[in-house]
Design a protein around this ligand. Structure first.
Ligand code: OYQ
Ligand code: ZN
Length: 263
């Protein structure tokens, strides 16, 4: 089964070709969260996020998504509590979305797809001194996933949406400051599911404690349309490809438990 093989056939996704040697391969992400099979764990503590908007530095198009990057040289923007034993530093956040509002998220709830999914990426600053170290280690990373639904305009998101035309092409970067990522979290962050998984793009390392929020945020159709105006390709390439459907196919659970912080 795909749970034991050391190689996973190349995902037929434009993002990458060829067989990938994935470490272990039995705790890959994303997954479908079967809500009725998740296990309430009363030991799970409330999540504590403290984000300093002054650590926001830049926004750039890396050819997979667009990333908002934070200064992670100090413990100014951190996440702890929940399923986490240690203190984690925010290094970046990004999104995954579809070409239509019918799909786009990486995780699903009982197979339900959302038009987009936000990932806030943190690394264990108690155990490691650099993100690049933590990314290779068990539980070196913690990623918060938030589902997006299309509805009313998200006022906090608009500052980010307005910066996107400046980074249309792969490799473009612009300064982006004083953005508080807390504005992208749902009002209630104490209802979540958590499981052990991996990065959803290469290097696909199995170093992530995933924390998937039960409650979604709403963005407008027009705001999501600007995400789709980004390009996978750099300015020099002849054929420009719209940055859409930048999500990975779902991976086998391989017997992993998905715990919930709420009953
Ligand atoms: C040496 C490794 C390199 C630096 C890794 C760069 C990086 O940050 N990758 C990354 C981060 C988050 C996700 S996700 N989509 O949240 O699972 C996927 C890939
Ligand atoms: Zn992601």
């Amino acid at each position: 089964t795909a749970c034991s093989s050391k190689y996973v056939l190349s995902q037929m996704h434009p993002m990458w070709q060829g067989p990938l040697a994935i470490p272990g391969g039995d705790r890959q992400s994303p997954i479908d969260i079967v809500v009725r099979k998740s296990i309430f764990d009363s030991e799970l503590k409330p999540l504590v996020s403290v984000y300093d908007p002054n650590t926001c530095q830049q926004i750039w198009n890396n050819g997979y998504s667009f990333l908002v990057e934070y200064d992670d040289t100090t413990d100014k923007s951190t996440l702890k509590g929940g399923p986490l034993q240690d203190n984690f530093r925010l290094c970046q956040f990004h999104f995954h979305w579809g070409e239509s509002n019918a799909w786009g998220s990486e995780h699903t709830l009982d197979r339900r797809l959302f038009p987009a999914e936000l990932h806030l990426v943190h690394w264990n600053s108690d155990k490691y001194s650099l993100f690049e170290e933590a990314v290779m280690e068990d539980n070196g990373l913690a990623v918060i996933g938030v589902f997006l639904k299309v509805g009313k305009r998200h006022e906090g998101l608009q500052k980010l949406v307005d910066a996107l035309p400046a980074i249309r092409h792969k490799g473009s970067v612009v300064e982006f400051t004083r953005f508080d990522p807390a504005c992208l979290l749902p009002s209630n962050i104490n209802d979540y599911w958590t499981y052990h998984g991996s990065l959803t793009t290469p290097p696909l390392t199995e170093s992530v404690t995933w924390i998937i929020m039960k409650h979604h945020i709403e963005v407008s159709h027009d705001q999501l349309a600007v995400f789709r105006s980004l390009l996978f390709t750099s300015a020099e390439e002849d054929v420009q490809k719209s940055m859409v459907n930048n999500f990975r196919v779902q991976q086998p659970l391989c017997g992993r438990a998905v715990r919930s912080s709420f009953s």
